[in-house]
Design a binder for this molecule. Structure first.
Ligand SMILES: Cc1ncc(COP(=O)(O)O)c(C=O)c1O
Length: 376
């Protein structure tokens, strides 16, 4: 048996998505910038995909810029805000994904924008009072706070953050890579300026995503070249990927309620089994299934001889999990997120993450193998 519990790193493709992409790969090879009919039909499916996505997040089509994924979308929002919107201060959290944090740190190191870290709780929750203090000290900043943390599953109250942003004339970018397709996100209800999305976290293809940019923000592209994506992102569009992204978001949105109920129950079951079977475990981050990312469970394993090789041993037993951030999945290397919540060094943070294909049998199997590996 092989059990895949690393869905926060990436998810398997949905067959419906594969079909939609295969059709494009076979039949829509035109360059969407071309004037002729074959180019125009590719342009047609590009714009249909954009419309579908815009509708799902309550945006207008002109506010969606396709990118190569979450990393590029985060970079675009942050770097262009500094380059083109006069942002001089960035308020962020110490547990953002490296796509956000490393970008901000680099801008700071180059003297282009100062960054200020908001306090977080031991569960990774944003200290909203401190955020307000920073926003009032640095009005007109860019606030970058992710919707849900990819390692802990702790979620931020985007609406509350957006209200703080507005009050202090700040812009608000949220990395919603872990929540898009799993939660109903409406950009106007929340009041976002930018939002980053990546298709491969909700059964879509890798290497494609989008950035939502509120219409009134006029940014210049990061890459120079052609005038694609309304001059915001040069390069011939990845039409099969974009169609796959739109299809994956459509399918995820249609099944969101059932998926949420099913995965909340599986997360609760796994917590219960682990607590009953493995002495000394605790859980990192907020774990209430209805208040956290229902796809992520971060288990804090007490000191054990097996810890160093835990992921490897679990893999040999047929269980794929992760011990670092999604992007360094597979390697049990140091995590800036666990460091920021002061997770004791002698304990190991083991992340199980679920997807729509996860079953109860798989959860039971994984806990049984975890128990075996830890008792060896
Ligand atoms: C929260 C978060 N942001 C950004 C990314 C990067 O997305 P991509 O892999 O599409 O570049 C990831 C991927 O793990 C993520 O979990």
């Amino acid at each position: 048996m092989r059990v895949y519990l690393d869905n926060a790193a990436t998810t398997p493709l949905d067959p419906e998505v594969v079909n939609s992409m295969t059709d494009v790969l076979s039949n829509y090879y035109g360059n969407p910038s071309a004037q002729h009919s074959i180019g125009r039909s590719a342009k047609g499916i590009l714009e249909t995909s954009r419309r579908k996505i815009a509708e799902i997040i309550g945006a207008s089509s002109s506010e969606i810029i396709f990118t190569s994924g979450g990393t590029e979308a985060d970079n675009l929002a942050i770097r262009c805000s500094v380059n083109d919107l006069g942002i001089q201060n960035i308020i962020t959290s110490p547990i953002e994904h490296h796509a956000v944090l490393s970008t901000i740190e680099e801008l700071d190191a180059k003297g282009l924008a100062k960054h200020h870290l908001v306090n977080i709780s031991a569960k990774g929750e944003i200290d909203l009072a401190h955020l307000e203090e920073l926003a009032s000290k640095y009005p007109g900043s860019l606030i970058c706070i992710m919707h849900a943390n990819n390692e802990l599953g702790t979620m931020a109250d985007l609406k509350a953050i957006s209200e703080i942003a507005k009050k202090h004339n700040c812009l608000f970018h949220s990395d919603t890579v872990q929540t898009m397709g799993h939660f109903d996100i409406k950009v106007n209800e929340i009041g976002l300026d930018f939002l980053a999305c990546s298709a491969h976290k909700f059964n879509g293809p890798k290497g494609v995503g989008f950035l939502y940019i509120r219409n009134n923000h006029k940014l210049k592209p990061l890459f120079t070249g052609g005038g694609q994506e309304k001059n915001m992102r040069a390069g011939t569009e990845n039409i099969p990927g974009i169609v796959g992204l739109a299809k994956a978001l459509e399918v995820s949105t249609a099944i969101m309620k059932e998926k949420r109920e099913k995965l909340m129950a599986l997360k609760s079951l796994m917590m219960e089994l682990i607590q009953n079977e493995i002495p000394g475990v605790t859980f990192n981050g907020v774990t209430d299934p209805d208040k956290s990312l229902y796809t992520v469970l971060n288990v804090s394993i007490p000191e054990n001889n097996a810890n160093e090789m835990l992921l490897f041993k679990l893999d040999i037993e047929g269980v794929c999990a992760s011990g670092g951030s999604a992007c360094s999945s597979g390697a049990s290397k140091g995590s800036h997120v666990l460091a920021a919540i002061n997770h004791p060094e002698e304990r190991t943070g083991l992340r199980f993450s679920f997807g729509k294909y996860t079953t109860e049998d798989e959860i039971r199997y994984a806990v049984e193998k975890l128990k075996k590996v830890l008792s060896e």
